[in-house]
Structures are given as structure tokens and as C-alpha cells.
Design a protein around this ligand. Sequence first.
Ligand SMILES: [Fe+2]
Length: 401
Amino acid sequence: MTIDHILTNDEMLAGLTAQQLRELVGLVEYDPSHDRFPVNGWDAVVWAVGNATQSAHYFQSAMGMELIAYSGPRTGNRDHQAYVLRSGAVIFVLKGAVSPSSPIAEHHRTHGDGVIDIGLEVADVDRCVEQAREAGARVLSDSHDEADEYGTIRCAAIGTYGDTRHTLVDRSRYHGPYWPGYVSCASGYRKRTGSPDRLFDALDHVVGNVEFGRMNDWVDFYRRVMGFTNLAEFIGDDIATEYSALMSKVVTNGNHWVKFPLNEPAVGKRRSQIDEYLDFYCGPGVQHLALATPDILTTVDHMRLEGVEFLSIPDAYYLDPTLKARIGKVRAPAEELRKRGVLVDRDENGYLLQIFTKPIGDRPTVFFELIERHGATGFGKGNFKALFEAIEREQEARGNL
Ligand SMILES: [Fe+2]
């Protein structure tokens, strides 16, 4: 691969065919001609972390990503170090403060490690910003060009929940390693023999946790500002009070690549996991990022080998006599799923396999999901109920319910 061409639009797809991408993340056909805010897909997800140098190692070793670009004191940027990592069509940028006056230091002091920017690839930045402004969005940075010897990026930024932003990016006239000012960068890190080339291929969805009572406002924000539409799956009062202590709705762009589930805490049997997040993150922010893989079993095996920890699932979930009826026939034997703690859910379009890591930083905030879709367009709603019921059956067996 030549570094000069890493991030052109076509190559953002990273050798994935349109059909592969459609299956991985559930793309649909759509006509962008009447879209007021046409979004092609994801651009980079930018993180603020406490130590970008060491996080870059973790994202290579544990997450199987490839280091491709750098900015920092060595390139004249004395504010922060930034490492750009890639896996298929997923780009993460890890930023850590060098100067104590860096905005990254301020962000990290408040929120800890987390996502500061969910970049979106758009064909017409100016038109999108105009639409966003008319719809009442906070425009954090107006449309402008950023350029270097590799070409020009057109970009702008709008604010979303908490201190999170969306940078809108048109990189069709840019052929550099990532962004003006970044240099291409190789790593001395070598994967274990036998490791797959990559452990995930595409971003499927990014979940935001918002304040109590604000979910509908943020759903409305994405509908009004970006013309996103609701997906059918939602978690309402019924499931919330009994099992999950959260309410959730999902919005998506025209081609359904960019999907934003939005959670708010609900008053349930237990203290909401969303309340815990909001306390520790000190406000709304990104809760989890779902990474699409065509082979979740292999991906989990390799991540575990590197020390990544996943949520443990009670055996009762797999022993549930209704599980088989609920999930029907899936590609892997239930025993293989149980050994790894992989969950299954089904909707009218197919099924999905999913698993959640434990929080990846020092605070109980952001974590990853791995997802392998087989036609299902949902997000695993059925697992809320199944998991909590399984836990309660065990509780009952111990005489503690
Ligand atoms: Fe998810």
C-alpha cells in the first residue's frame, strides 16, 4: 500500500467490496438527491487519552490496528501527540496532551479517556453546515480548507451531546496519510505469527449516553439537523424498568452506515448503568463503539490472547431452554458461543452475534462491542431481557430474588 493514497474515499473502504460492507454493517440503497445533509459514512473517530503513546501500542497489539500516521513535537505540533490507527475502514486518532495548556489536557482532566469527535464523511461540507445552522445546531467551526503538499481537505465541525463534536470532512481532494500536518508513520510493532491481518473491518454504530429525559431531544437533533431517520429498535419503559434501566432509540443516515443509538437512564430495579457512566464521564458522551467483523469467534480469541477482557455471561444464558427457539439456527454451535461469551439476537431480517468488552480506560465509561451481522438490522435488544432473566434465574436458585 502506498502511504500517499491511504484515505481517498474509495480506499476508506480498504479493499472491502460494496457487498461485503453491505453485509457487515447493513447498508441499504437510498437516493441522496433530496437529502439535505447527505452523509456517505464515517470519517475518523478522535479520542482524547491520558497517554497516546501507550494507547497506540494497545490499539495495535490488543485491537490489531495498524499505525499509519503521526503528529506531535517531531512534526512541530507542541500541543499534543496524535497517532492515527486503521483497521479496514475504521480510523481512530489518539490524542494525548504534550502542553499542560492543551485543550486535550482539559478534556482528559474532566472526562478521562474518551471520544471527542465522531467524524462524518460528507460530499458537500458547505451545504451540510448551512443546513445545520438553519436547523439550530452549534457550528463550532465554519466550512474551511486545510491544505498541505498532499492536497486540500474541506471541513467544518458541529457540536453534539456533551463535549462531543462531529467534524464534517470532504477529503476527495486530499491524498496525504491522514490530515494536513500529519506525516506517515511506520511501527516497530509486529503481530504474533498466525494473527489475522485485522480483527475488524468497519464501524457499525456509535452509542451516545445522554442526560436523564434528554434522549428524545437528541433524537430530534439528528432528525432536524442531519435528516437522520429512526430505526425501529427502541427500548422503552417496558424493558427499561424491568431489565435494563435505560431507554434507547436509534437514528441513522440515508444508507444506514452511520447509526447512533442514544441512551438515557431510566428508573429501574437497579441503579442505571447510564447514571454510572454520566457520573464518571462527567456528562454525556460516547458509551460504546461497535466494530463489525465477519468472524467474531476468531476476533474474540485473538483479543483475549492479548489480554482484552469481555463481559462474562452467565452459563444460564446458554442453558436457557427458550434460547434455541429464540435464536434458531446460527452459524456456530452454541457451545462455541458459550465458551467465548458471545451473545445472539434475532429479528425479522436475520440474526447477529455480539460481545462487549469491559471499559477500556481507567473510568467505567467507554467500551467496545464486536458485532457480526447476518441480516439482522437491530442492536441486540433481545439480549437485555435474556441476560437479566438469566441472572435472575441464578439469583433465584441461590434463594436471593
Ligand atoms: Fe451496541
